[in-house]
Design a protein around this ligand. Structure first.
Ligand code: FES
Length: 151
């Protein structure tokens, strides 16, 4: 474990009470997931039961206990996106990234997942990468889209 990194994160929140979620966010942003070792260290250092930390970490789906790529790709397979060819976009992403849904690329730059309706049906088909919503994506655009998220 890189003690300097976790200590730097914890030093941002001297008062952990009321800041546990923000602390977990910082850890997740840095590591792209919540590593067990860092969570145990947080528990010991701040005197928070590990069960309390895990209950928060598993409650919010923005937190992940498994390693994730630097960039999270979510392909919408809701009805509107499905009708407009979302499966073909997903297939193209799988082909170019050489991963299946739920997996990370070997270089850990991308994670691929499917979601059901992100509330942007009029923009279908939609691919969300990190905080960016990409509208009316076509399979041909997939390569260009990925190039916008370098390692
Ligand atoms: S179905 Fe894809 S955004 Fe609603």
């Amino acid at each position: 474990m890189d003690l300097s990194t976790i200590n730097a994160i914890l030093s941002k929140f001297p008062e952990i009470k009321g800041n546990l979620i923000a602390t977990l966010h910082e850890i997740q942003n840095h590591f792209h997931y919540l590593p067990e070792e860092e969570l145990r260290y947080l528990s010991q250092k701040k005197g928070i039961p590990i069960t309390q930390i895990y209950s928060i970490a598993t409650f919010y789906n923005r937190f992940s206990l498994k390693p994730k790529g630097r960039h999270q790709i979510s392909v919408c397979l809701g009805t509107a996106c499905h009708v407009k060819g979302a499966e073909k976009i997903l297939d193209e992403l799988k082909r170019q990234l050489q991963v299946e849904v739920g997996e990370n690329t070997d270089d850990m730059n991308f994670s691929l997942e499917e979601v059901r309706c992100v509330g942007a049906c009029s923009l279908a088909p939609v691919v969300v990468i990190d905080e960016d919503t990409h509208r009316q994506v076509t399979p041909k655009e997939v390569g260009t889209l990925l190039d916008r998220y370098p390692f």
